[in-house]
Design a protein around this ligand. Structure first.
Ligand code: NAI
Length: 500
């Protein structure tokens, strides 16, 4: 059952709002960056006139982001960017708003609940782009995306509209995700039947997108390279204060959180296999090591493989460790990293999970097709897959978390507030940048149909906003020291190519 007013909101249960509000209040204390931006920009209202369509995990931390955007003047509509990642109490609190009641909700339209079907997921994504009564004329003018699904829906919608039909086969820009793409197609087919120019209207309004994650940014660069990107994009992920913090330290916290809440299996003394040693893989490996596990990493990039080795991890291929590892975690943003054949050969009761953005890292469809396999629900988002027993042997099984979707958000509540305050401060600054730039006369604008990172001074500003809360006393450069290094006293302190 749902609490729903069509076009206004659709969440699990508005009576959860009070519980959500308490969590939001505590999270605000842990999100000094967002609260500082409210203090800095609350009076000047830089987002007045902005209509933001947000597609990002509807958690408590995201609730603080949404209310920050509203405090800066924006109108907002929100959906989650994953079927399992919504915290229903946070969604309820946002719909009710700080001053409303469940009987008289006064907050922001949210279309999200934990455990959506794929059909429901794409309906919700469509809902954030279609503002009621607007017929597209006053639709969303900015997207705040995580993984690029809202951005993709607009691009595909427009492509299909130009063709006058939704073709059955893959178009450029479509992910390699056959079942899910069929769902997207059906949403677009319905939209096209209702209004043959809907996506033209939506796309015409859009001034830009800020993108949260590695995978979404990757899609944006592909669109920009092929000349198909419809509006300017800010790559929030590659702010240093995002990917070097959220992707690494956030995962270091939320990966073990997800595994513990799902299974409560001890990590100490066990063998953990981590596929990928990028920012997320580094955080994942460190988390396992911190718990006393022996960690084995796989990589395709020789630089990252060498880093892993220097950090003291064994580097191997998954094939080499199938009978050895107790945990298999994918962090690559790539597809087909754990295959059905791999899973068939894993140790009994091995725990398998993904923490990369999409669920195609683990071949769940292939696993379901293994002859004789059975699936037992231990609890939601925790499934035991049992292989048929060979003669005279006991049946072996593996435990798969969140059906192969990102387990830190499916089995737990994602990253903690403090690290998300860094990521989301970049998001807010990115939204302000795009919106202010769009008000300048054409020809005087900074942002074209390309992908941009925020300037380093703003990145440094986000870090600065988080120092006091941790008791950090920063050393100040003297003028003569600054001159000696050839940098301004107030920063930026590093050249663009510096890697941290
Ligand atoms: P990254 O690009 O820094 O790291 C990915 C690494 O995987 C690269 O070093 C790459 O060489 C390696 N890789 C690619 N294919 C591989 C294969 N077949 N076997 C072994 N290694 C392989 O990306 P980052 O920032 O670490 O993100 C990884 C994924 O996690 C992305 O999908 C991103 O969107 C997602 N993400 C998820 C978060 C969460 O809360 N669950 C938070 C942040 C990012």
């Amino acid at each position: 059952s749902f609490d729903e007013v069509p076009g206004r909101y659709k969440v699990r249960d508005l009576s959860l709002a009070e519980a959500g509000r308490h969590q939001i209040r505590l999270a605000e204390h842990e999100m000094p960056g967002l609260m500082a931006l409210r203090a800095e920009f609350g009076a000047s209202q830089p987002l007045a006139g902005a209509r933001i369509a947000g597609s990002l995990h509807m958690t408590v931390q995201t609730a603080v982001l949404i209310e920050t955007l509203v405090a800066l003047g924006a109108q907002v509509r929100w959906a989650s960017c994953n079927i399992f990642s919504t915290q229903d109490e946070a969604a309820a609190a946002i719909v009710v708003g700080p001053h409303g009641t469940p009987e008289d909700p006064q907050g922001v339209p949210v279309f999200a609940w934990k455990g959506e079907s794929l059909e429901e997921y794409w309906d919700c994504t469509e809902q954030i782009l279609l503002w009621p009564g607007s017929n597209g004329a006053e639709g969303a003018n900015l997207i705040l995306d995580d993984g690029g699904d809202a951005t993709m829906l607009v691009h595909l919608g427009l492509q299909y509209e130009r063709l006058g039909t939704v073709p059955p086969d893959t178009l450029p820009g479509e992910p390699d995700h056959t079942h899910e793409m069929n769902v997207v197609r059906s949403v677009l087919r319905r939209a096209l039947a209702a209004d043959p120019l809907r996506w033209t209207a939506v796309a015409d309004q859009l001034l830009g997108v800020t993108e949260e994650t590695t995978t979404g940014v990757h899609r944006l660069y592909q669109l920009a390279e092929s000349g198909e990107l419809l509006f300017p994009a800010i790559n929030v992920n590659d702010s240093v204060t995002k990917s070097k913090f959220d992707n690494k330290y956030g995962i270091r916290h939320s990966l073990p959180d997800g595994i513990n809440r799902a299974t409560d299996v001890l990590m100490g003394g066990k063998v953990a296999f981590v596929a990928g040693y990028g920012d997320v893989g580094k955080g994942a490996a460190e988390a396992f090591r911190g718990q006393g596990a022996r960690v084995i990493v796989s990589e395709v990039d020789p630089i990252c493989a060498l880093q892993a080795a220097m950090d003291g991890y064994q580097v191997a291929r998954i094939e080499d460790v199938l009978g050895e590892a107790d945990f298999f975690i994918t962090t690559t943003g790539n597809k087909d990293v754990v295959t059905a054949a791999h899973m068939t050969a894993m140790k009994n009761k091995a725990i398998v999970g993904n923490i990369g953005h999409f669920d195609n890292e683990i071949d769940m469809a292939g696993l379901a097709q293994v002859p004789g396999i059975t699936r037992t629900e231990i609890k939601p988002q925790v499934h035991e897959w049992t292989f048929p027993a060979a003669d005279g042997e006991e049946a072996r099984s593996i435990i798969v978390l969140s059906e192969g979707r990102l387990l830190n958000l499916g089995n737990a509540t994602g990253h903690p507030s403090f690290v998300m305050s860094n990521s989301f401060s970049n998001q807010v600054i990115g939204q302000i940048e795009l919106f202010e730039d769009s008000k300048r006369p054409e020809g005087e604008r900074t942002y074209e149909r390309q992908v941009y990172r925020l300037p380093k001074v703003l990145d440094e500003k986000v870090a600065r906003l988080h120092l006091d809360a941790l008791g950090v006393r920063l050393t100040e450069l003297s003028k003569s020291q600054a001159d000696y290094l050839g940098i301004p006293v107030e920063g930026p302190y590093k050249p663009e190519h510096y890697r941290y």
